[in-house]
Design a protein around this ligand. Structure first.
Ligand code: F0G
Length: 362
């Protein structure tokens, strides 16, 4: 039986920058690519969902954290720091623990989901709630990393992008080639940068050797921001970003330029989706496909559904949507219906007839 060994071991020859680093891994990567029957039917295409919530700490960040923490360990770092809307801090805290390092995290006051907060605390990170938004946290984290002996593990750290590119490798390895379209949520824009690099590297391998590479083509990259936090769509930073998708509540993405490159070089697009569209997609994924994600993750599917309505999805195209984080990170949204009303469990006595009636069996 093949035991998945984490992205550094699995893609060792494609991660040359990790040469000589001790491997700090929790077995990340190797996540399922799930064929989505309902979405395929609705969109008129072959839709696949890359379920990144199944990584060790429940988000795609683990792919970049194994590489960032391994590189930090190689350079002798004793402590790491990051700014985060929640998932990066959960991942950094877990991988720092695994490496025996201290971890400091800066999060925006009151704007991170409970699941993520509890992860950072459970893993023993020093957690600072900053009186500001994510962009302020990142500015602060950069300053601290410049002035003190702590390694910054946000996606501005090149090792992060290296690790995260492995998700594109897995998609191609599973489908046999790149899809026509790849949809994903965009926040700080590290992930769209990483996928685009992964796809290009798999294609380029072919031309280097004269043999066909693992991929023979490139997808169009479709990124989606939340309407109230859509600086790339607006073309200027947003001072006070707002969205229920707290993971992507970001007004000035660090990898802005790289996101534009991915969009333009792939013939893709970056668009905005409303919170209502995000929650609709969140509900469809959970209730129709059996895939539970946090709201920000559903932005990829929300964007695909909107594009399909606008006639932008070619019939029969192969489309991959990355869903970035697990639903248990921020479960409160599942307890509301489409109108925002609380969904309450039906209370019954210990009585078979009443229970059967309540279940609609009677
Ligand atoms: N989806 C989730 C669940 C995220 O946590 C993030 C980013 C994104 C999408 C966007 O990815 O930033 O690479 O464009 N979360 C960061 C964090 C900002 O701090 O956890 P991106």
């Amino acid at each position: 039986a093949h035991l998945w060994r984490g992205v550094i071991h699995e893609y060792r020859d494609r991660l040359p920058s990790l040469e000589g680093a001790p491997v700090v891994t929790l077995g990340e990567g190797g996540t399922p690519l799930i064929h989505a029957e309902v979405l395929s039917e609705v969109v008129g295409a072959q839709v696949w969902v890359k379920y990144e919530g199944l990584n060790p700490t429940g988000s795609f960040k683990d792919r970049g954290m194994t590489t960032a923490i391994s590189a930090a360990a190689r350079s002798g770092a004793r402590a790491v720091i990051c700014a985060s809307t929640g998932n990066t801090s959960a991942s950094a805290a877990a991988y720092a623990t695994k490496a025996g390092m201290a971890c400091g995290v800066l999060v925006p006051e009151g704007k991170i989901a409970m699941g993520k907060l509890s992860q950072a605390i459970a893993h023993g990170a020093r957690l600072l709630q900053v009186d500001g938004n994510f962009d302020d946290c990142l500015t602060l984290a950069r300053k601290l990393a410049e002035a003190y002996p702590v390694e910054l593990v946000n996606s501005v750290n090149p090792a992060r992008i290296e690790g995260q590119k492995t998700a594109a490798f897995e998609v191609v390895d599973a489908l046999g080639d790149a899809p026509d379209i790849h949809c994903l949520p965009v926040g700080n824009a590290g992930n769209i940068t990483a996928y685009w690099r992964g796809y290009r590297e798999y294609l380029a391998e072919g031309s280097l050797t004269g043999m066909p590479g693992p991929a023979t083509r490139l997808p169009r990259m479709w990124g989606f921001q939340a309407e109230g936090a859509a600086p790339i769509v607006a073309g200027h930073p947003i001072d006070h970003p707002e969205t229920i998708a707290t993971a992507i509540r970001i007004g000035n993405p660090a990898s802005w330029k790289q996101a534009l490159e991915a969009r333009d070089d792939s013939g893709g697009r970056i668009d905005a989706v409303s919170d209502a569209q995000i929650l609709d997609a969140h509900r469809i994924l959970a209730a129709r496909e059996g895939i539970f994600v946090e709201p920000a993750s559903a932005a990829s599917v929300a964007g695909l559904l909107a594009a399909a309505e606008d006639g932008l999805v070619p019939a029969g195209a192969t489309v991959v949507c990355t869903v970035t984080g697990h639903g248990l990170k921020d479960p409160a949204w599942a307890l509301k219906d489409a109108d925002g009303e609380p969904v309450l469990p039906v209370r019954v006595p210990v009585d078979a007839f009443t229970a059967a009636s309540a279940l609609g069996l009677e």
